[in-house]
Design a protein around this ligand. Structure first.
Ligand code: SF4
Length: 219
């Protein structure tokens, strides 16, 4: 896809990250949920753009295992981890309502909106094979305020992610062994159903497959 003078579909992850750093400098950050599947992107970041800040949105509802895994990975890969804490409001109570749309909007998308106001480019590890909505995402996506979302992993498959983690002997989120394949906030995450997609354990009480982070900032 030609954009800003570059063709991204054929570029390797490292090449895209290097271009982002050259193009946006201090205005570029990585946004990660620190799951097992985040490791290939974070590993590339550590090797290609090690100083680029890696933001983690702490909703206050994460599994303790996720926070421990985040800190372990950040230490191992020497990442420039920056935790963004979500302020508590009435929309985001101590225990989220079953349909957490409002909670997600407050905890994730509103916080992400502030991040997009502050930075020029936000890199994330979403892939086309994760949800139907993600199949049509471009590698480079301009947001309402003018900032860009960058998706270097878009064409990777779950199998490629798995093989990359094995090849580089990267750590695995401790809940993966308990059947959790896509891990978000604890109240809204269950082990994935056998034979179903990785995200089948997310928001099992509703039809939702996305929290809004990767769908609400398109032009
Ligand atoms: S995933 Fe659940 S707990 Fe987390 S922000 Fe969304 S509704 Fe709230």
């Amino acid at each position: 896809m030609p954009f800003l003078g570059r063709t991204f579909r054929t570029r390797a992850v490292g090449g895209i990250l290097r271009w982002v750093e050259e193009r946006f400098g201090d205005g570029a950050v990585v946004l990660s949920s620190f799951q097992t599947q985040s490791l290939p992107l974070l590993h590339h970041v550590s090797r290609v753009v090690p100083d680029m800040p890696v933001l983690f949105i702490d909703t206050g509802f994460h599994f303790p295992e996720t926070l421990q895994f985040r800190d372990r990975v950040a230490h191992l890969l020497r990442l420039n981890l920056q935790v963004v804490f979500v302020p508590r409001t009435d929309d985001c109570p101590a225990a989220p309502l079953l349909d957490g749309t409002t909670c997600c909007r407050t905890a994730k998308t509103r916080t992400a909106g502030l991040i997009f106001q502050r930075y020029d480019a936000v890199v994330s590890g979403v892939r086309r094979d994760q949800t139907v909505l993600r199949t049509t995402l471009p590698v480079l996506q301009r947001q309402r305020g003018g900032a860009f979302k960058v998706h270097p992993m878009l064409d990777w498959t779950a199998d490629q992610v798995h093989r990359y983690i094995q090849r580089y002997n990267l750590p695995v989120h401790p809940l993966t062994h308990a059947g959790y394949r896509s891990i978000g906030c604890a109240p809204c995450t269950r082990p994935a159903d056998p034979g179903m997609g990785d995200r089948s354990g997310r928001w099992t009480h509703s039809e939702r497959t996305e929290c809004g982070l990767h769908t609400e900032f398109q032009l």
